[in-house]
Design a protein around this ligand. Structure first.
Ligand SMILES: [Cu+2]
Length: 160
């Protein structure tokens, strides 16, 4: 079979690009520990506020017996509840987030904390923050006219 030399050259270019893309995805997954959220846990978005772990009193930071933290949050048009979360640096933090209305996203810039929040599901992300200071939770899924104003504060304080 005859293949034009120019076409052959472009086949190599595409081959190299494919190897680079698969290589960078493998590197991100294995070395940088970045994985898509895989927590498939369902919840009824209509009764979130009535009982269970996402009632108003249960939202926010709670400490586990092993010293790690669990943060429960609600992402709803157009804010995150609670509006301020304070966690110590270098401590494992598990975020459990759900939505009562539509799809939102939670993203903390310059960290690996980023997930989609889908009504009917509990999104779970475990991470730790090494840099002290203030950051923001931002919504990164367009959710309506107030999307630009959908953010809340994250405060990372010194450990101990
Ligand atoms: Cu949004």
């Amino acid at each position: 079979m005859h293949i034009d030399p120019l076409e052959k050259k472009w086949m190599y270019v595409v081959g190299v690009m494919t190897v680079i893309m698969i290589g960078s995805m493998t590197y991100a997954a294995v070395v940088m520990n970045m994985h898509p959220p895989s927590n498939v846990e369902t919840i009824d978005p209509k009764t979130l506020h009535l009982s269970g772990e996402f009632t108003e009193d249960n939202l926010g930071v709670s400490e586990n017996p092993d010293g790690s933290l669990t943060v429960r949050m609600i992402a709803a048009r157009y804010s995150f509840y609670p509006q301020m979360i304070e966690v110590p640096a270098d401590t494992p933090v598990t975020f459990r987030i759900t939505s009562p209305d539509i799809v939102h996203g939670v993203h903390v810039p310059f960290t690996n904390m980023s997930t989609m929040v889908i009504p009917g599901y509990v999104s779970e992300v475990t991470t730790r923050f090494s840099r002290e200071g203030e950051a923001q939770f931002l919504c990164n899924e367009y959710c309506g006219l107030g999307h630009d104003y959908m953010w809340s504060k994250l405060k990372v304080v010194p450990k101990g």
